[in-house]
Design a protein around this ligand. Structure first.
Ligand SMILES: [Zn+2]
Length: 70
């Protein structure tokens, strides 16, 4: 995977990767990796690690990002 940091869709600040989480995907019985991305304004997004072409989605559990960075 690449380490490129897209801009936050909400405030256009640069984001940095905050690690990986394993989550269940609706159309897939296996757990799949999501990449967490957070900006300096504390917006937290994530996307599927294996679907980089999909748009970022707002992460419903932004505590994950802070937890990883503690
Ligand atoms: Zn932001």
């Amino acid at each position: 995977m690449t380490n490129d940091a897209p801009a936050c869709p909400e405030c256009s600040q640069p984001m940095k990767a905050g690690g990986f989480v394993l989550v269940k995907r609706e159309d897939d019985p296996r757990r799949t990796c999501r990449i967490l991305l957070g900006c300096t304004s504390r917006h937290v997004w994530w996307r599927w690690a294996d679907r980089p072409d999909k748009p970022l989605e707002a992460c419903p559990v932004p505590e994950l990002f802070r937890y990883i960075h503690r």
